[in-house]
Write a protein that binds this ligand. Sequence first.
Ligand code: ADP
Ligand code: MG
Length: 242
Amino acid sequence: MILEVESLEVRYGDVIAVRKVDLAVEQGQAVAVLGRNGAGKSSTLRGIAGATMPSGGAVRVDGVDLATRRADDRVRHGIVLVPEGRRLFPQLSVRENLAVGAYLHKLRPAAMDQEIERVTEHLPRVRERLDQQAGSLSGGEQQLVAIARALMARPRILMADEPSLGLAPVIVDAIYELFRTLLRDGLTLVVVEQYVGVALALADHAIVIDRGAVALAGPAAELAESPDLWRVYLSGSEEEPA
Ligand SMILES: Nc1ncnc2c1ncn2[C@@H]1O[C@H](COP(=O)(O)OP(=O)(O)O)[C@@H](O)[C@H]1O
Ligand SMILES: [Mg+2]
């Protein structure tokens, strides 16, 4: 297992957002993290990435526990998060936003250009807009830039938090096509998704989080068939499943 998360706990003051979440993924595989709004999906990814320090549990990459390490140290070990809401610098150009993703690698300008070429190989929409202000791009293009920026950090484990939220189906397809290419190249993916069908079609394994804990886990193909999946989504909620 390239990534093993054990009994992860994430708190915001007195609020326990994540309790005892376990997750494991093999290199080159994808795991989908599903669950209703407020279930604790983002907090789980933030706890793994170190964007929020976990209050308990282990986050092992190749057996090394990083749970108490700073976020930049986890990036050095290959854990990179594409955060909810993209968090680009809207005033900066696309190129400058991509450079931010590579800051740990301290590249010289020529090497930086090469890296941008490499990362945008499968992202023509991004490549064509390198000198535009990031904030002037469509939501979908900004999401592609956010993913490209994460790739600039040379992740081994890429975690994406609702990458398709609010985007047109054609862009969602482009994002998932890119994910498939990255998986074929050996990248490991952890994806939080509202579109359950899209996520389960991509993923090898899935976990469903409910009220901060894992309610269901298993092979994605099995969960896709499971009536329990919808039970978790519908229990105590007026919301329709995605
Ligand atoms: N910064 C925060 N401060 C306090 N509570 C938070 C914060 N972020 C999230 N929460 C709470 O933690 C729980 C899980 O949130 P989150 O991880 O964002 O869920 P999801 O991503 O599944 O929608 C929710 O009850 C939410 O209100
Ligand atoms: Mg969330």
